[in-house]
Write a protein that binds this ligand. Structure first.
Ligand SMILES: *Cc1c(COP(=O)(O)O)cnc(C)c1O
Length: 358
């Protein structure tokens, strides 16, 4: 049998991304919206999908949807770019701004995909860790950027998995610190109701990432977008896969975006439930919940009392509740993250955890 030569050296020893998305009765591990799209909107989605020509290539730039998003954000079409989920745009970012000899500033603990993309593209990762309450050390980030050798940075706000939000003033300071291209990942901005969109006016080095996967109940469809300067997005266009946003997804997302105001009620409920979950977690002995501006809550189990996060994760799963295990992740020791589900799901989670800790 002819042997095959090794894959690219940066892949050696790498584990493929595995979100541990195990079937369970209560799926509250992936920050999805617990409500699927309303029946009424689904009917319009079906109608729109029926009209799609399946034999034709899609519009590569999804211009109809781009125009809708541009208009809603007070921008021009060329300041918006769609991707196959936010994840594709994150990969494009590493391809366009990273590479051998280039540097990416990361602010851990945060979304693991950023560092993974840097590894795939042979980009050096420079870390400026968050403080112990997981807030961004803005002074340290600015100082590091001011050295002038960083090519791009990503800061998640609200941060996944810790829930922290940056202020507009903090983001402006970071943008003014250097000419590095800074992405603010606003995947959860519909829950924080705060955006750095106004800073685009005076900062060509700002790019904002958003997604349809969270507030808009569309994780199964794969649509994300970036807002930025036309000059920056032209570079993204050079690396993106031309037909990554398929015609069916474009049609579905167009309908959803037109009805986006109807998702507000669900967002309100999630925000209210989030506060209830945080309060209930903090009332439990041996549990510390962190404040959150998103649709999930990070909580730490007290190792000093012999409570092991990985063990609790498994016992929750045994009770039919899937949450996300970060207990072995650096800086998130003994932490789990729970997405806010329906009120019934949240209650079931809290009862299961109470039972485990009792
Ligand atoms: C979910 C998420 C995204 C994008 O997800 P997609 O489903 O690929 O659009 C981006 N950033 C963060 C921090 C996320 O949590």
């Amino acid at each position: 049998m002819q042997q095959v030569r090794p894959a690219a050296p940066q892949l050696e020893g790498v584990e493929p991304y595995d979100p541990k998305y195990i079937p369970a009765e209560v799926m509250i591990s992936a920050n999805e919206n617990p409500r699927d799209v309303d029946l009424e909107i689904r009917r319009e989605v079906e109608h729109a999908v029926r009209k799609v020509s399946l034999n034709r290539y899609p519009d590569p730039l999804a211009n109809d949807l781009r125009d809708k998003i541009a208009e809603a954000n007070g921008l021009d079409r060329d300041q918006v770019l769609l991707g196959n989920g936010g994840d594709e745009l994150l990969f494009d970012f590493a391809l366009a701004w990273g590479g051998p000899g280039r540097k990416f500033l990361n602010v851990p603990p945060t979304f693991s995909v950023y560092a993974y993309n840097a590894l795939l593209t042979n980009t050096e990762v420079v870390e400026v860790p968050r403080r112990s309450d997981y807030s961004v050390d803005v002074d340290a980030v600015c100082e590091r950027l001011a050295q002038g050798d960083i090519d791009f940075a990503i800061i998640t706000s609200p941060n996944n998995p810790t829930g922290n939000l940056l202020t507009g003033g903090e983001v402006e300071r970071i943008l003014d610190a250097s000419d590095a291209l800074v992405m603010i990942d606003e995947a959860y901005f519909e829950f924080s109701r705060f955006t750095v969109r106004p800073s685009l006016e005076k900062h060509e080095n700002l790019i904002i990432l958003r997604t349809f996967s969270k507030a808009f109940s569309l994780a199964g469809v794969r649509i994300g977008y970036v807002l930025g300067s036309a000059r920056v997005l032209d570079e993204f266009k050079k690396v993106r896969l031309p037909y990554s946003v398929d015609a069916v997804s474009q049609a579905i997302a167009g309908v959803i975006y037109e009805h986006r105001a109807q998702f507000e009620k669900g967002v309100d409920e999630i925000v209210a439930e989030r506060e209830r979950v945080i309060e209930a977690l903090n009332a439990m002995d041996g549990v510390q919940a962190f404040p959150s501006s998103a649709n999930y809550v990070l909580f730490r189990l007290d190792a000093a009392r012999g409570i092991d996060g990985g063990d609790v994760w498994q016992r929750l799963l045994d009770a039919g509740v899937l949450v996300r295990d970060f207990s072995r992740t650096p800086r998130l020791e003994n932490c789990l993250r729970v997405s806010i589900g329906s009120p019934e799901e949240n209650t079931r989670f809290l009862e299961a955890l109470n039972g485990i800790l009792a």
